[in-house]
Design a protein around this ligand. Structure first.
Ligand code: A2P
Length: 327
């Protein structure tokens, strides 16, 4: 089983990385230290996760101590939803680079296909009725042209998108000089998005799966805006438990192995050193074709992260996350 995905520009990304959404500074410092000790080299973050500075401190310690060289690492960060405008691309990546204490990132992604507004203090701008203020003028082709300049300037080695639909990726492909290297989307056994993934693969756009374990953390965020939702526990699916027992592996390891067997990268988040190690230890067993078929049959087109915590974002013309909850 391959441990890397190769981009259309020839660069390689470790197929398994650590996700860092919803972790405090203290938690993430411990987690990144433990992850690097365990052998992780691919770290996925974003300014929206508010932990780039903490991650930067750990990276600096490792690099200064000579325990790692910069080229050993694969660091991904993203252009936040409020800065999805061409003129904001370069200043925004520069802020991330300063926080991460890096000269370049390995992959820079447009975080969402929609643009929302922020207050002067950087907080998201909500209207009196609790809905978020959107900026409907998002122009993917114009933002992409600004992303391409980052490669020329050496600020990013590769560029890509996140949460983009097939049509949105297609629009960029039809109007670009540099093709997107990656589309990072929600992908797990309950939301398999085969159409999108097949399309991206055919166009040599690699795919990274976020929320590969079902993102339990999202419940907290939903609750904070009064959204009450029954979300599935992917680790408790009978078929997944049976398959994992047969291999002496955990349900999380089976879910992750299934993703990388789809030729998709995965970025499970954990702040627990044992679970971090467990999530990386998925290269020593194989799922049989029957087991893969059983897992593929679980698809429910069930999107867990539909951005409804940004109430009202579905009014944005580029919003494509309709599901059974917000339809
Ligand atoms: P924790 O950080 O305490 O380990 P996702 O990457 O899909 O968003 O999922 C992350 C969630 O899954 C977090 O709540 C994380 O909790 C939990 N998690 C991560 N790895 C495992 C694992 N191997 N077994 C069980 N839960 C896990």
């Amino acid at each position: 089983c391959t441990k890397f995905l190769t981009f259309n520009n020839g660069l390689k990304m470790p197929i398994l990385g650590i996700g860092t959404w919803q972790a405090s500074d203290e938690e993430i410092e411990t987690a990144i230290d433990a992850a690097l000790e365990a052998g992780y080299r691919h770290i996925d973050t974003a300014p929206v996760y508010e932990n780039e500075k903490a991650i930067g401190r750990v990276l600096k310690r490792w690099l200064d101590a000579g325990k790692l060289k910069r080229e050993d690492l694969f660091i991904v960060t993203k252009l936040p939803p409020p800065t999805n405008r061409p003129h904001e691309v370069e200043p925004t990546i520069k802020k991330s680079l300063a926080d991460l204490q890096l000269e370049y990132v390995d992959l820079y992604l447009i975080h969402t296909p929609f643009t929302v507004c922020i207050n002067e203090d950087g907080s998201f701008k909500f209207k009196a009725d609790g809905t978020i203020e959107i900026d409907p003028t998002t122009n993917h082709v114009a933002t992409w042209a600004a992303m391409e300049k980052l490669i020329e300037k050496g600020l990013a080695k590769s560029i890509g998108v996140s949460n983009f639909s097939k049509e949105q990726v297609q629009r960029i492909l039809n109007n670009c000089k540099i093709r997107p290297a990656n589309n990072q989307v929600e992908h797990h056994v309950y939301l398999q998005q085969r159409d999108l993934i097949d399309y991206c693969k055919a166009e040599k756009v690699t795919v990274t799966a976020y929320s590969p374990l079902g993102s339990k953390g999202i419940a907290k965020l939903n609750a904070s805006v009064g959204l009450v939702r029954e979300l599935p526990d992917l680790l408790d699916i009978e078929e997944v438990k049976q398959i994992s027992a047969g291999h002496g592996k955990t349900p999380a390891q089976v879910l992750l192995r299934w993703i990388i067997d789809c030729g998709v990268a995965a970025i499970p988040k954990s702040t627990n050193p044992n679970r971090l190690k467990q999530n990386l230890d998925i290269f020593d067993f194989e799922l049989s074709p029957e087991e893969v078929a059983k897992l593929c049959a679980l698809d429910q087109n069930l999107r867990i992260c539909d951005f409804s915590f940004f109430r009202g974002v579905e009014k944005h013309p580029e919003f494509t996350f309709k599901n059974k909850f917000n339809n």
